[in-house]
Design a protein around this ligand. Structure first.
Ligand code: ADP
Length: 325
């Protein structure tokens, strides 16, 4: 468990960028910090592994203040993934992944097996990838290696700072799915920073919305969406959803035959045909189907999880074909 007690940070005296934060991140939780640029998300994240020092307050991991841990031990036991992954370009995939295990003096066999297991977990064929130089990999592949490198020495906690924001939408969606699956399987605590509301809603067990170094609301995606605490939260949610201009709307996908509607069934969850595919992904991550309404409120059909998956599978295939061409 990670506990923040009255945590503040001032880079300049008298100007707090994180003000008196109190929160608890549970073991095995996927905890997301979201908020506008400059709201203090990265500072908060980096205080956990002491990349940034606290001005006042305490952060405890399993009850012990982080200042009482040996720094090297603390860092080795907390995985860290950044937007610009710092893979070593002249080293192979395997060498990159095993840096911390090497320092921890794992045996050669244990390291080899770990690399096999990790590459498989993100859909990369171990024998085809382990000896490749990381500079030869695509951005999406490099980011996958960045993620599994953070997992390599089996840390209980992984910090992720906008890890997918430099990726194209398809790689991003795939990697989001992989990370969500891995986290559930391995039961890791993930602390994740993003400015992307869709990503926060899709991945977070709980979301902490920050503004000016303070917490506006902490809650599950459902709580935040159904009961936004104030206008800031409400506006941030709306902005997050409407920012997805470049992604197609449900209506466009229906008109172009890429998505089909099936017959209406009663449900509490619905979207309008002007909502985007990303909104559909968020809703169908939790529901088996969603009812689609026109903007005048008339129900026109439903879309099931299976239909969405078919569409996404096609989209991925198309993307791969366009790369080959
Ligand atoms: P976010 O991750 O939400 O964008 P940050 O935690 O990066 O926010 O930054 C919060 C505030 O602290 C910003 O106003 C930023 O300019 C300031 N800040 C961040 N790092 C430093 C630093 N090393 N020195 C001085 N000010 C900083």
């Amino acid at each position: 468990m990670i506990l923040f007690e009255n945590v503040s940070k001032e880079y300049e005296k008298g100007k707090p960028v994180v003000s008196n934060i109190n929160l608890e991140i549970k073991d095995g939780e996927f905890f997301v910090f979201i908020g506008p640029s400059g709201s203090g998300k990265t500072t908060t994240l980096k205080m956990i592994n002491r990349l940034i020092s606290l001005t006042s307050g305490f952060i405890r991991i399993d009850g012990k203040p982080i200042s009482d841990y040996n720094l090297q031990e603390l860092r080795w036991n907390i995985g860290y993934v950044l937007q610009q992954i710092a893979l070593f370009p002249n080293m192979t995939v395997e060498e990159n992944i095993t840096i911390v295990p090497e320092m921890k003096k794992w045996s050669k066999d244990d390291m080899k097996n770990r690399v096999t297991e990790l590459l498989e977990s993100v859909g990369l064929e171990p024998e085809a990838y382990r000896n490749r130089k990381t500079s030869e990999l695509s951005g999406g592949e490099q980011q996958r290696i960045g993620v599994i490198r953070a997992l390599a020495a089996n840390p209980d906690i992984i910090l992720m700072d906008e890890p997918f924001s430099a990726l194209d939408p398809i790689s991003k969606r795939n990697l989001q799915k992989d990370v969500a699956k891995l986290q559930k399987k391995l039961n890791k605590t993930i602390v994740f920073v993003t400015h992307d509301m869709q990503e926060a809603l899709a991945l977070g067990d709980r979301i902490c919305l920050m503004n000016n170094g303070k917490i506006e609301q902490i809650g599950t995606p459902d709580e935040i969406q159904k009961h936004p605490k104030n206008d800031f939260v409400r506006n941030f949610l709306q902005m997050g959803i409407s920012e997805l201009k470049e992604t197609p709307t449900i209506q466009q996908l229906i008109e172009t035959g890429q998505l089909e509607l099936s017959e209406i069934e009663d449900s509490e969850s619905y979207l309008t045909s002007e909502d985007t595919i990303d909104a559909l992904v968020v809703v169908l991550a939790k529901e088996e189907f969603v009812v689609i309404k026109e903007s005048n409120g008339q129900k026109i059909g439903k879309i099931t999880k299976q239909q969405l998956l078919n569409y996404l599978a096609h989209e991925i295939q198309r993307e791969q074909e366009s790369v080959v061409v």
